[in-house]
Design a protein around this ligand. Structure first.
Ligand SMILES: Nc1ncnc2c1ncn2[C@@H]1O[C@H](COP(=O)(O)OP(=O)(O)OP(=O)(O)O)[C@@H](O)[C@H]1O
Ligand SMILES: [Mg+2]
Length: 281
């Protein structure tokens, strides 16, 4: 059988399972957070051509936390997100999502299905579609290709989109084309597209870069409002923004955790002053 036939046969098989025997479709495994910790990263090492981007990194994040991750350029913040989401393989270490899910045993697509959403710096909304349709596409995409091709929205899905529009403050722009939104609004829409799938853990890399002061403030409110129901890890260089949202701040330096605590604690930490914040003084 040639490969095209094989793919077609596999597709038919998926459709048969999906439509006829829904109980056979693998369910998204739910994360066990009985110890209140949703992310355990231990001894992570990643090197690129001999350069140690993550160096024996240990990080624990509680369920429902809003955690800020700071550190100078090249400290390893994005690499850390790449490892959590399965984009980059680590050389050694362990990464667990709750008590039960070994992240290193899953690929990028599976990790997204497990309930870990990632927001990159550049918004990637569908500019030629309305705000509502963008949310609809992300919701249907999350259910799998075959349903996305054929499905119409159920009542509860419509409700979820309305709920997300309210959370991201774009109710009044629902019929507007995404391309006509401001930079800040596009960023919120993309956060909304992730929220549609109700992720347990949301990773957000430099959300306020390029935003106006007012948009930054609104983003602070948005991310703060997500904590509790979702666990949010935010990487950001804008210290005023970090101060406005932070409960616990983790400082990365040369691929390791240098300090952790409240914003005041890390800002007064001698090591941090020396290697990072001190540079800005
Ligand atoms: N794919 C790659 N190949 C080679 N080197 C890489 C790769 N990805 C990252 N690096 C290097 O690893 C180091 C850590 O990069 P990373 O992007 O994680 O830093 P960061 O803390 O996110 O920095 P920034 O604040 O500038 O975004 C940098 O020195 C970077 O050049
Ligand atoms: Mg980065």
């Amino acid at each position: 059988m040639n490969s095209l036939n094989q793919i077609t046969e596999q597709a038919r098989e998926v459709m048969r399972r999906d439509t006829t025997w829904p109980f056979l479709v693998p369910r998204k495994r739910s994360v066990n957070v009985s110890k209140n910790v949703i992310l355990y990263l231990e001894g992570l090492n990643v090197s690129f051509d001999g350069f140690q981007a993550l160096n024996n990194l240990n990080l624990y994040v509680n369920d429902g936390e809003l955690r800020c991750l700071i550190g100078a350029n090249g400290a390893g913040k994005t690499t850390l997100m790449d490892v959590i989401t399965g984009k980059t393989q680590c050389d050694s270490g362990s990464a667990w999502f709750g008590q039960n899910i070994d992240l290193l045993a899953h690929d990028e697509a599976e990790i997204a299905q497990l309930g870990i959403g990632r927001k990159f710096q550049k918004p990637t909304v569908f500019e030629a579609h309305t705000v509502f349709h963008n949310l609809e596409l992300s919701l249907q995409g999350a259910k799998g290709v075959w349903r996305a091709l054929t499905a119409t929205l159920s009542g509860s899905e419509r409700d979820r989109i309305d709920e997300v529009l309210e959370i991201i403050g774009l109710e009044k722009s629902r019929h507007q084309l995404a391309g006509a939104l401001s930079h800040g609004q596009k960023q919120w829409l993309e956060i909304g597209m992730l929220l549609a799938a109700e992720p347990r853990l949301l990773l957000v890399d430099e959300p306020v870069a390029g935003m106006t002061a007012e948009e930054s403030e609104r983003t602070a409110e948005l991310l703060t409002s997500l904590a509790g129901k979702h666990t949010v890890i935010v990487v950001e260089h804008d210290m005023e923004f970090v101060r406005s949202i932070a409960r616990t701040v983790t400082v990365l330096h040369q691929g390791s955790v240098l300090a952790e605590g409240t914003m005041d604690q890390v800002q007064n930490n001698r090591d941090v002053i020396e290697v990072y914040l001190g540079e800005e003084a």
